[in-house]
Write a protein that binds this ligand. Structure first.
Ligand code: LLP
Length: 420
């Protein structure tokens, strides 16, 4: 993403042009950025038996899934809906793994019928139910147990998952017993071990600590006579939102693979479940300034995107950079520079509806802004609050822009409803 002739471009296409054609708010994704993020993982695993399962919850738009499927990815799903979506996008079911703490029997059946690779099971109770469902279908479900290594990923509490107090996984101390139980159930086949400690992790240490604890368990489970075929190390690698400096995927994995080798587990298949790091920085949201307003304490820049399109600030106080779609130098040619400190807010009727606080911007009504790093957990978490239609999405490949989701209308939103 860069300014060319004073206009912000994604690859070879200007955001002004896309907004004129498709209106705003508009999500714009770069195919090259997604593939380059994937390539970093692929480089990291070169020569290894490894499967990259894109955690599709980060961005589950069909064309995005298609792109990853066409480039060799497997998928990490967390619902029957995600399974239906990913199969529609052309994924190989044998490269699909199913995570999540609350799978329903219907979802288990759907996944067994599709022939997915593995269930990441999070409790003894889930083991028993999956066993029952598999036996009733005359199938055997491959499972790995998601263990909770109790390490602090040093991220926002809502997206920390590997600490003792979290609802996720099976406690480290109980894992061996759970494996023994799983191995005794006729409808299950123990395939692997799984962990995921949190999201937007920007340090290496929590990963290394979690890997140590997982490998300790592999040793003790195998010593108990239960072979572990694969190690699934989850996702969680952070991206740069606001000067964050997470390691590159290939550099992180060079360290983790060295540890795996040093501890004698080189022969194991590896799986990972990255979401944000594959798509987060490949997307921007273009929004139009509707009004600027001087409040008694603050100035507000009111835009046409809102918390229903971009929920991360409201939910996690997430930071997204906000920049003008026209280079700052351009307006200065036609009018004097006028940078003002604004809270950038949406039209939704809540004070929580803000996209950025205290941002210095030189903007006027009718101008366009780009909210950056919005490829992950934005459209996938978008809602219809205030009966706002969900935004359109465009995927850019070089000079070509493809509309991959049309803007939702009020009729679309009311289609599933019935009057009294
Ligand atoms: N695997 C499991 C089991 C997960 O729960 C998640 C994310 C991932 C993989 C992918 O993690 P990632 O590589 O994307 O960090 N909505 C929040 C993030 C929620 C993450 C949920 N689990 C946000 O916008 O920050």
């Amino acid at each position: 993403m860069a300014y060319q002739n004073a206009a912000l471009h994604v690859e070879g296409v200007s955001l002004d042009a896309l907004a004129a054609q498709h209106q705003t708010p508009l999500f714009v994704y770069s195919k090259a950025a997604m593939l380059s993020a994937l390539a970093s993982y692929q480089r990291g695993f070169a020569g290894r038996d490894a499967l990259i399962c894109y955690a599709m919850k980060a961005n589950s738009s069909l064309a995005v899934l298609q792109l990853f499927a066409q480039n060799g990815c497997g998928f990490d799903i967390v619902s029957g809906g995600e399974l239906a979506r990913v199969l529609k996008a052309g994924a190989d079911p044998q490269k699909v793994i199913f995570s999540g703490v609350g799978k329903t029997r219907a979802e288990m059946r759907q996944a067994l019928e599709a022939g997915i690779a593995c269930f990441n099971v999070e409790s003894i109770a889930e083991l028993d139910v999956l066993n029952e469902v598999a036996l009733s279908m005359n199938r055997i479900a491959s499972i790995s147990l998601r263990v909770n290594p109790n390490v602090d990923p040093k991220t926002h509490p809502y997206i920390s998952t590997g600490l003792k107090g979290n609802k996720f996984g099976i406690a480290h101390e109980e894992a061996l017993g759970a494996y023994r139980h799983a191995a005794s159930l006729k409808g299950l086949r123990v395939a692997g071990i799984d962990c995921h400690i949190g999201s937007q992790i920007t340090e290496v240490t929590p990963y290394v600590d979690a890997m140590d604890r997982v490998l300790d368990l592999v040793s003790s489970v195998e010593a108990a006579g239960i072979p572990i075929h694969h190690i699934d190390f989850g996702g969680g690698l952070g991206i740069n939102y606001n000067g964050d400096t997470p390691p590159e995927a290939d550099a992180l994995w060079a360290q983790l693979l060295a540890k795996i080798d040093a501890r004698g587990f080189r022969g194991k298949q590896l799986m990972i479940e990255p979401g944000r790091s594959l798509v987060g920085n490949a997307g921007v949201c273009v929004t139009e300034v509707l009004f600027t307003k001087q409040g008694s304490d603050k100035n507000f820049c009111i835009v046409d995107a809102a918390m229903n399109d971009l929920p991360r600030p409201a939910m996690y106080q997430g930071f997204h950079a906000i920049v003008p779609c026209s280079a700052p130098s351009k307006p200065q040619l036609t009018r004097p520079a006028q940078e003002v400190i604004y809270d950038v807010v949406g039209p939704v009727c809540e004070s929580g509806d803000w996209l950025g606080k205290d941002r210095a911007l030189d903007v006027r009504a009718g101008e366009l802004l780009a909210v950056l790093s919005t490829g992950a957990y934005c459209m996938a978490m978008a809602s219809n609050y205030n009966t706002r239609g969900r935004a359109a999405e465009v995927l850019v490949d070089g000079d070509t822009a493809t509309l991959i989701r049309v803007r939702e209308t009020a009729d679309d939103q009311m289609r599933m409803e019935r009057m009294l």
